[in-house]
Design a binder for this molecule. Structure first.
Ligand code: 7TS
Length: 419
């Protein structure tokens, strides 16, 4: 086993040192069941660097206040910090304007917003929505609800046994009735990176709009929404080293302008009488009520951290990790990888002999290793591979080759215990 792989690499502009990075994440410094924690559940949620934690602390300690309302100093400071996060988010995904950045609770809320606002106001009976077999439930159920409400029809792009979209089938599904294509950028259950630019171009050729679920993408790869030309791009702050309860809906301004509000309340209005309401301008039209102010400011700090580390560095490090984990795990008898796409990232999903994934998870937990077991909110993927659940190790840039070795040792222990 190769535990001597360099702990640093040079990619892009700056040098990446995993030891320096790890020192920024206080939670990683602890023991679980008397063993050094190995956190490999990053697809579920990522850990937070000190800079994010101190940003939240600073907000609550020094300028906790509601935004966009008060003229007092604390409120002005909170508003400026909140809006600075919007600017950082715009730059991070290269949106054309801060008007295109809507802060929401997470990926789930962003998709529901688009389904209920854009979808409900534009779809007619018989119109078609395309999703894929590899979607997270949050990119399935909102469209099923919308179909019930509008009598639109849901169409599904199937996947092959490597966990890749069958693009030929996608091509066949597209027609003049297709109005929305909602597709995951990187699958949380398989790690597959989808050819989103191609998917978007093909959808645009039939005048359909495209929503990209970027929940698993933004922490691993650079995203440029203008280059992609996607109509909507959504992600969660907590998977990007930011606070839970924060997320982003990017939408093209012309579409957002045409869409009705998703929720009514404070901040999303210009003027209210008991007869009629004038809605606020973008992006506030979609931000009813007091948002997660501290969280959004913390998300800005997370974006700063990722930007400083460099997505080229992150991607290079994680590619080395997943290649190592894939190669070494293949040597374990009885390990069946689920998701073997040519283009894949940071996720090792597998079954092990006849051992139930939950048992694997419990044994590994006693070794101090945190992985995810279950259907990963992607039950159709489990159905495709005829498994009730998988064990899933998902990596972030603070993980190391030595931690991969700990995982492999833990899996061998599982095999020993279950004979
Ligand atoms: N889309 C994808 C691709 C996801 O991986 C997830 C969460 C979501 C949407 C929903 O994000 P949320 O922040 O709104 O909940 N995925 C996972 C996971 O793989 N394990 O726990 C949550």
């Amino acid at each position: 086993m190769n535990t001597n792989i360099a702990q640093t690499l040079s990619a892009g502009q700056s040098t990446f040192s995993v030891d320096t990075i790890r020192a920024d994440f206080p939670i990683l410094q602890q023991e679980v069941h008397g063993k050094q924690l190995v956190y490999l559940d990053n697809a579920a949620t990522t850990q937070k660097p000190l800079s994010v934690i101190t940003t939240l602390d600073d907000y609550y300690r020094h300028y906790n206040s509601n935004i966009h309302r008060g003229v007092h100093s604390l409120s002005e400071k909170a508003t400026a910090a909140y809006e600075a996060s919007r600017k950082k988010t715009k730059d991070f995904i290269n949106a054309a304007s801060t008007k295109e950045i809507i802060f929401v609770r997470g990926t789930t809320e962003a998709i529901n917003l688009v389904a209920q606002s854009y979808g409900r106001s534009t779809l007619k009976p018989g119109d078609e929505i395309i999703i894929s077999e590899m979607e997270h439930h949050s990119n399935i159920v909102p469209w099923q609800l919308l179909c019930e409400q509008t009598s639109a029809v849901l169409r599904i792009i199937p996947i092959n046994d490597d966990g890749e979209l069958i693009m030929e089938e996608y091509r066949k599904l597209l027609n003049e009735k297709t109005k929305i294509v909602a597709i995951v950028h990187i699958s949380n259950a398989l790690g597959t990176i989808n050819p989103v630019k191609k998917i978007i171009d093909m959808a645009h050729a039939v005048n359909a709009v495209v929503l990209v679920d970027g929940a698993q993408a933004v922490a691993h790869t650079g995203v440029d929404v203008q280059a992609l030309e996607c109509d909507f791009y959504v992600f969660s702050g907590h998977k990007l080293f930011g606070p839970t309860g924060t997320g982003v809906l990017y939408g093209k301004q012309e579409l957002l302008e045409r869409m009705p509000p998703y929720q009514g309340g404070g901040d999303m209005i210009k003027m209210v009488t008991l007869k009629k309401t004038l809605f606020n301008d973008l992006p506030y039209k979609f931000e009813a009520g007091t948002p997660h102010i501290a969280g959004v400011i913390g998300l800005g700090a997370a974006i700063d951290y990722v930007t400083k580390t460099g997505l080229a560095n992150i991607s290079a490090w994680e590619t080395a990790l997943i290649q190592y984990a894939t190669a070494e795990s293949a040597k374990i008898n009885g390990l069946r990888p689920i998701g073997t796409a040519k283009e894949k990232i940071s996720i090792l999903s597998f079954t092990l002999d006849k051992i139930h994934p939950h048992d694997i998870g419990t044994i590994l937990d006693h070794e101090g290793i945190a992985i995810r077991t279950g259907h990963h909110c992607a039950m159709p993927v489990m159905e495709h591979f005829h498994v009730p659940a998988t064990a899933r190790a998902s990596f972030a840039f603070y993980n190391t080759h030595a931690e991969v070795d700990r995982l492999l040792q833990g899996l061998k222990k599982c095999l020993e215990i279950f004979g």
